[in-house]
Design a protein around this ligand. Structure first.
Ligand SMILES: [Zn+2]
Ligand SMILES: [Zn+2]
Length: 340
C-alpha cells in the first residue's frame, strides 16, 4: 500500500510503498477514506526527544471502511462497515479498557505514534476502540469526530451548566470544538480570544458571540462583550503565558480548564489565583463515550462542524500541506483524502 512515511524532523514525509497491515485476531483493518492532520502530529515530528523514529506512519484522525476482520471478531464485524476509531490500542482487559478509557491503559499503544496510523491506504485498529458510523454521517464529516471529542471531554470536565458564560482562548480546531459543545450544551454566551483574522472569521461563523483581542485585557473585553464575567475559561492555545492570562481574567471561584498542549516550562503567579480560590483542571483526550456522543450529535446534525475543514488534499500532497501547518496559517482542519 501507499503510505506517508516520516523520515526525520525537518523533512517532509515521503509517500512510499509499504506492506499492507494484516489484522491480529482481535483487530480490524480499515481502508482509510480521510485522515485529519492534528497539532499533536506536528509536535511529534519536531526535532527533540519526543520526535518519532524514522519509518513511522502518523495519523490518528482517520475514518474509512472495514476491509479485513481478525479471526476472533468475525461474529462482530463485517467488511464494508464504515468506522472511525479511538487511536488507543489498549490491552482490552484492565479497568481502563473495560470502562472505555483506553487512553489510561498501562499497555496502551497509540495509533499513528507507536503503531502505524492513518496517513496510509490501510490502517489496523483495535476491536474495542473502533466505532460504527451511522449511514447519515458522511465520512468527511466523521473525520472530525476525534478533535470534536477532545472538545466534548473538556466541556464535560468543566461541568459546564446551561446559562453559563464561557471564555475560550484560541480558535484553532480544539478551541472551535469547545465552542461548538459549549453552545450545544446551553452556554449563554461564548467569547473567544484569537489573533488570526481567518480564525476569528471562522469562530464567528461557528457561533462565537464575540471575538476579543488576546493582546488586550481579556477580563475587561469579556465583560463588555458578554455583559458579565466568565463562569468557565478554556485555555486552548498551549503556549507559555496563556494560563497566567486566564488566571488574571478569571473571577473568584471559577474554573480554568487547560486543554492546549504546552510543551515548554511556563510560570504563573499563584497569589492572585489563591486570593480568588480558582480551580485549575487539565483535560486530555477522550473516552469511548465522548466518541459515541460526538458521532450521534454529528449524525443528527445537532453539531455542525463542517466549516472547520478548510482544506482537503490528496495523500500525495499531504506531506507539503503538513509542513505548511508548522507556520502560522489560515488553515483550520486539513484532511488528507486517501481512498475515497
Ligand atoms: Zn488529534
Ligand atoms: Zn488496558
Amino acid at each position: 500500500m501507499k503510505a506517508a512515511v516520516f523520515k526525520q524532523a525537518g523533512q517532509p514525509m515521503v509517500i512510499e510503498e509499504v506492506a499492507d497491515p494484516t489484522p491480529h485476531p482481535r483487530q480490524l483493518v480499515v481502508k482509510v477514506a480521510f485522515c485529519g492532520i492534528c497539532g499533536t502530529d506536528l509536535h511529534s515530528t519536531r526535532a527533540g526527544p519526543a520526535a518519532l523514529p524514522c519509518g513511522s506512519i502518523l495519523g490518528h484522525e482517520f475514518v474509512g471502511e472495514v476491509v479485513a476482520v481478525g479471526r476472533e471478531l468475525t461474529q462482530h464485524w463485517r467488511g464494508g462497515e464504515r468506522v472511525c476509531a479511538l487511536p488507543f490500542l489498549g490491552c482490552g482487559l484492565c479497568a481502563a479498557c473495560l470502562t472505555g478509557r483506553p487512553f489510561e491503559c498501562e499497555k496502551v499503544a497509540l495509533t499513528g505514534i507507536q503503531v502505524p496510523g492513518g496517513f496510509a491506504e490501510y490502517v489496523a485498529t483495535g476491536d474495542r476502540e473502533t466505532l460504527l458510523l451511522p449511514d447519515a454521517l458522511e465520512l468527511q464529516r466523521a473525520a472530525l469526530v476525534e478533535p470534536l471529542a477532545v472538545g466534548l471531554h473538556a466541556v464535560r470536565i468543566a461541568g459546564l451548566q446551561a446559562g453559563q458564560r464561557v471564555l475560550i482562548t484560541g480558535a484553532g480546531p480544539i478551541g472551535l470544538a469547545v465552542l461548538l459543545w459549549a453552545r450545544a450544551l446551553g452556554a449563554r454566551t461564548v467569547v473567544m480570544s484569537e489573533f488570526s483574522a481567518e480564525r476569528r472569521a471562522l469562530a464567528a461563523r461557528l457561533g462565537a458571540d464575540a471575538i476579543i483581542d488576546p493582546t488586550q485585557d481579556l477580563g475587561a473585553q469579556f465583560a463588555d462583550a458578554a455583559g458579565g464575567a466568565p463562569d468557565v475559561i478554556f485555555e486552548c492555545v498551549g503556549a507559555p503565558g496563556l494560563l497566567e492570562q486566564c488566571l488574571v481574567a478569571a473571577p473568584r471561584r471559577t474554573r480554568v480548564i487547560v486543554v492546549g498542549v504546552c510543551e515548554q516550562p511556563d510560570t504563573f503567579m499563584p497569589f492572585p489565583a489563591l486570593l480568588k480560590e480558582l480551580e485549575i483542571r487539565f483535560a486530555v483526550a477522550y473516552t469511548r463515550d465522548d466518541f459515541e456522543t460526538t458521532i450521534a450529535m454529528l449524525a443528527s446534525g445537532r453539531i455542525d462542524a463542517g466549516a472547520m475543514v478548510t482544506h482537503v488534499v490528496p495523500l500525495g500532497e499531504m506531506p507539503a500541506a503538513f509542513e505548511a501547518l508548522r507556520n502560522p496559517t489560515h488553515q483550520c482542519k486539513v484532511l488528507a483524502r486517501i481512498g475515497s
